[in-house]
Design a protein around this ligand. Sequence first.
Ligand code: 5MM
Length: 339
Amino acid sequence: MGAELHETAKALVAEGKGILAADESTGTIKKRFDSIQLESTEDNRRAYRELLFTTPGVEEYISGVILYDETIRQSASDGTPFPKLLADRGIIPGIKVDLGAKPLALAEGETVTEGLDGLRERFAEYYELGARFSKWRATYSIDAQRPSEYCVWTNAHALGRYAALSQEAGIVPIVEPEVLMDGDHSIERAAKATGRAQQALFTELHDQRVDLYGTLLKPNMVLSGYEAGDRAGVNEVAEATLDVLTRHVPAAVPGIVFLSGGQTDEDATAHLNAMNARGPHPWELSFSYGRALQAPAIKSWGGDPANVEEAQKAFYRRAKFNSAARTGSYAPEMEAAAV
Ligand code: 5MM
């Protein structure tokens, strides 16, 4: 089983490829649809995911897709189940298994991610449905008192339990400790909090016998708070993020797949590019973007079947640019050129 996990983890960060996070829960996808004045019905959600998953040529840049519980059970309009449709194109199906970040008891303003109860049985079912990797996201806020050590360790412990169960089921875990960038904090503060969360996470993964060669890390980049006055530029972000990763992420981890966390799509690409331009690194540096891969596509689509082709082109473009960012060969001027 170890060998299979290692192969899957490596395939997810294969040269020039990254992951599409299409695991928006029902509440989150409703917010995305609200922005295009579209009702969030099951069929609209299905149609939107079909648009993404059938984008011509995107398999050149996308190694895997993170699905949501509803989506892994849905099918394309020709009746092909989504996991099969993806696997037939050489894209690995994945599944988000956490049940969301909930208020952490006795810790105002902090959260703990739920979903461990019954997880072994859910993993067995997801494996049958075709999932070969999974994801669990913990969130941490920054302010004068936060993140607390209590929040950091509670989430690290849950991430460890999740990752161990995932590997037991033959499914590669993607551990996602997301330090949120809301607030006016400095990039130094973000670096400290991000490093702290990662250090605790790798302690728990080690103690809970998780095989790092069969695990991927999905971290935030280290940025100034979104409301900070003088925000750090691309080079500073790349250097601060690399510094934190070098200090806290063991080289046994085959790949680091960043989240975009509310950055503009172009910023998310430029930051990844700047980090890879400073390579080689001990791990592959790739992407697992939700918003930064989908934002232009959802806008072009607007819920109208007549716009499917345009929307697919928009998604393809972002996938292609992020693929270029994997080798440090992206340039912002490419945005102006037709793809
Ligand atoms: C796509 O958003 C995912 C699901 O979020 P909810 O569970 O809150 O609905 C999220 O986990 C996502 O996979 C990551 O946070 C990365 O997405 P972004 O948009 O930050 O790149």
